[in-house]
Design a protein around this ligand. Structure first.
Ligand code: ATP
Ligand code: MG
Length: 571
């Protein structure tokens, strides 16, 4: 798989290249990302954002951020703000190309009037039930509405009065006059406008009628001069309708040709992570997580608090590619991408997550030794920092074993180990409590073995453990996250389920997905700004919590990912 700076080729890129070669759009590439402001963006949206904004960037084109706010009751300004922030965070926000579908309400209305005048749309006055019954099925054609042959003047009069607010919700509906016998149900005289006396977050009470998605979307694309309108596969059957509306309106002089083309790709599905706003809302509203930005949530806000990075999402979208076949990507692939990019970008620090006291019995009480730890082992130009070695240290409980298994190279009774960036030490004793737990380890250090000094390597030991001076280390809250769900496909039926068993994805929640530890970290990391990300050596990547970490207070760090994929191995 190629991960150079060369764009990765895929079928959409090939389509655009073909249009560029033919000069279809005069060399122009305009895409759009059209979120509905009714929830927070999730990992699936990241795929669409990198695709749309990324293509525009690669072809010197433009990507519009268009808020698809045609549905009045569900949308809120808070979501608009949050979506802007997320796109900004991913590195793509361009306020000069930000639009709202509601800005086009007047044009959309005028387009509908033109369709009515051309005899291409009619006002239907059947009840919702009648309309449903007359729609037909996949195997049977629909039945024409008794109102289908209304005179153009009557349609115009009724539609104008719908717009004027004269009728209650549901009394009439404006429909396209296409073909009730079409094998494609979307073409059976689909609705264009419905009556809805509802307040809109931007247009207030101006409109008692609202356009349907299938009409508003393609017309908005055409208004904005979009060339390639990329959407997920479930819209494939809607494409003939997409083309029908803009083609008819172009005939009526509303738009210039060439018109936008809709191209479908498969949506991102991840194991262990539902990616649908409807389900994410249930997680938040049911109190299963701590809000939309809970680090366990597959939202971009959650990802950011978790310490996932835009670079990681970029690598991920490159790696999974773009295609038309349904795919289910292992959550581990996303974690790998985060790990790989964080390995490049994160400075190293020391954190002792399960602390055990170690006393160097031959190290003078007031003495300190300055050791030097590299900020990044593969990047010498990032420099080194000082870490002070003192008589009392914290080491990891797991780095000392009273009864070590075979091939245990860390500290054990009478054993030797190197304190990373420091000295070789030899175990001389330990304290144990009533339950047999070690409470303190005693060791002697060898002053002739300091790392980085001539001759220090003369004596070799196998083990190498990290440590912090008990005097300088800062007590820290560390949150380690596990997957939010216990099974790869939350809510899916399992082998052996009775035929009538329905599962609820909420039943598959992992009740143990957050572990909070009291740890010690280097003072330099403890004082970092919120959102600073470090690798705590031998542990993983950790981010200073965006909300609860503040310099000068008890630090709070979240684990983004471990160093290796150890999930499922009981670690
Ligand atoms: P959801 O299914 O979570 O409610 P949505 O499709 O309703 O998402 P929109 O706000 O309408 O959310 O989506 C904005 C854009 O993001 C659309 O172009 C949509 O196709 C795309 N998108 C949404 N989910 C995914 C996904 N899982 N993979 C790729 N693209 C997605
Ligand atoms: Mg949608």
């Amino acid at each position: 798989m190629s991960e150079s700076n060369e764009p990765i080729s895929h079928f959409i890129r090939n389509r655009i290249d073909a249009d560029q070669d033919k000069g279809t759009y005069g060399g122009k590439v305009t895409t759009r990302f059209p979120p509905e402001p009714n929830g927070y963006l999730h990992f699936g949206h990241a795929k669409s954002i990198f695709l749309n904004f990324g293509l525009a960037r690669d072809y010197d084109g433009i990507c519009h951020l268009r808020f698809d706010d045609t549905n009045p009751v569900k949308e809120e300004q808070a979501y608009v703000d949050a979506i802007r922030e997320d796109i900004d965070w991913l590195g793509f926000r361009d306020p000069t190309h930000e639009h709202f579908a509601s800005d086009y309400f007047e044009t959309l209305y005028q387009g509908a009037v033109a369709l009515v005048k051309a005899g291409l749309a009619y006002v239907d006055s059947q009840s919702a039930d009648e309309m449903r019954a007359n729609r037909g099925t996949l195997t049977e054609p629909g039945t024409n509405s008794p109102y289908r042959e209304r005179a153009i003047d009557e349609n115009l009069d009724l539609f104008t009065r719908m717009r004027a607010g004269e009728f209650p919700d549901g009394e009439h509906i404006l429909r396209a006059k296409i073909d009730m016998a079409s094998p494609n149900l979307n073409m059976r005289d689909p609705a264009i406008y419905r009556i809805r006396h509802a307040h809109h977050h931007r247009t207030g009470d101006d409109w008692p009628i609202y356009p349907m998605y299938d009409y508003a979307h393609c017309v908005s694309d055409a208004i904005e001069g979009v060339t390639h309108s990329l959407c997920t596969l479930e819209f494939e059957d809607h494409r003939p309708l997409y083309d029908w509306f803009i083609d008819k309106l172009a005939d009526l002089g509303f738009f210039e040709r060439p018109l936008p083309q809709q191209i479908e790709f498969s949506r991102l599905n991840l194991t262990y992570m539902p990616l649908s706003k409807r389900k994410l809302i249930q997680l938040v509203e049911g109190g299963h997580v701590d809000g939309w930005d809970d680090p366990r949530m597959p939202t971009l806000k959650g990802a950011r608090r978790r310490g996932f990075t835009p670079a990681g999402f970029k690598l991920f979208t490159d790696r999974i590619g773009v295609s038309k076949s349904d795919s289910l990507i292992d959550f581990g692939v996303l974690e790998d991408c985060m790990r790989e990019t964080l390995n490049e970008s994160a400075e190293r620090r020391i954190g002792v997550l399960d602390p055990l006291k170690l006393v160097l019995v031959n190290f003078p009480e007031e003495h300190e030794e300055t050791c030097y730890a590299p900020n990044h082992p593969q990047k010498p130009d990032w420099g080194k920092r000082e870490v002070k070695l003192t008589r009392e240290l914290w080491i990891e409980r797991g780095d000392f074993a009273l009864d070590p298994p075979k091939k245990y190279f860390r500290l054990k009774p009478d054993g030797e180990v190197r304190l990373r960036y420091g000295f070789i030490i030899k175990h001389v004793g330990h304290d144990v409590d009533e339950d047999g737990n070690v409470t303190c380890v005693y060791a002697e250090y060898d002053p002739d073995t300091k790392s980085g000094t001539p001759g220090a390597d003369a004596r070799k030991v196998k083990g190498n453990i990290h440590w912090l001076s008990a005097r300088d280390a800062v007590e820290t809250e560390i949150r380690q996250y596990d997957r939010l769900f216990n099974v790869p496909a939350p809510g899916a039926r399992r082998e052996g389920d009775e035929p009538d068993v329905e599962r609820d994805f909420l039943d598959d929640i992992n009740p143990d997905s957050i572990h909070t530890l009291t740890a010690y970290i280097e003072a330099g990391a403890a004082n970092a700004e919120p959102e600073s990300i470090y690798q705590f050596e031998r542990h993983g990547y950790f981010v200073a919590d965006q909300k609860e970490h503040a310099p000068g207070q008890r630090p709070v760090f979240n684990r983004a990912v471990t160093l290796r994929d150890s999930w499922g191995q009981g670690k």
